[in-house]
Design a protein around this ligand. Structure first.
Ligand code: AMP
Length: 219
């Protein structure tokens, strides 16, 4: 099954994608993670992307599409995958559809919209921390590291993501409303859109997501 996770920042897409990866062993393609890796490496793509990311704007379509399509090459034509944070514009969605169809690949089956009130997003993102070395994500209330300020996985220092500062969160929410929300209509018209509350606790949300995917035919 090919799944797209949509929704505002902080609604739990990345956390749930990670659980799907660990528990169902399905590959996850996260555009945000791929971009942050490029930024950490300091290569030209990363250098260009970081200017946009720090301000809360979307990275230009061609940069993100390039990264995702490159990753897609390692995935078999009917293999399952989860897309987290991609597509985020109608253009990205169309390019993805064309690429999958053009290469005889299976299409996206289901798009899950994680719904969350804007005020809750701001509250939730304020508690998010990320490992500066390996990118693992934590939350001070819901996903606590064993040692404060240190990554459980690699011991790296935990940081506030540059774009999780309150002013930048507001910008990201506005960008979401203007550029990503129209995508919901795109997938609604294709009959692929399903809605899920983004406001649940992590395990409850995972269970609701799995129930939804089973109803859509996940075996
Ligand atoms: P995320 O981790 O998904 O919240 O993404 C962090 C940032 O990376 C976003 O605020 C954007 O600047 C950039 N980004 C991630 N995915 C995309 C995408 N599909 N299109 C454009 N920019 C993206």
């Amino acid at each position: 099954m090919r799944i797209v996770l949509l929704g505002p920042p902080g609604a739990g897409k990345g956390t749930q994608a990670d659980l799907l990866r660990k528990r169902l062993e399905v590959p996850v393609l996260s555009s945000g993670d791929l971009l942050r890796e490029a930024v950490r490496r300091g290569d030209p793509v990363g250098q260009e992307a970081s200017r946009y990311m720090e301000s809360g704007a979307l990275v230009p379509d061609d940069v993100v599409v390039g990264l995702i399509l490159e990753r897609l090459r390692s995935i078999g034509p009917s293999q399952s995958f989860v897309l987290d944070g991609f597509p985020r514009t109608e253009h990205q969605a169309r390019v993805l559809e064309e690429r999958l169809a053009g290469e005889g690949q299976a299409p996206i089956d289901v798009v899950v919209d994680f719904q969350m009130e804007e005020e809750k997003v701001v509250e939730r993102l304020a508690g998010r921390r990320i490992c500066g070395a390996c990118g693992t994500v934590y939350h001070l209330r819901t996903l606590r590291p064993a040692r404060a300020d240190r990554c459980d996985r690699c011991g790296g220092r935990l940081e506030v993501r540059e774009d999780d500062r309150p002013e930048t969160i507001r910008r990201r929410l506005a960008v979401y409303r203007e550029q990503t929300e129209p995508l919901l209509e795109h997938y609604e018209q294709q009959g692929k859109l399903r809605r899920l509350s983004g406001e649940m606790e992590i395990e409850a949300q995972y269970q609701a997501l799995i129930d939804l995917l089973h109803r859509e035919g996940l075996r």
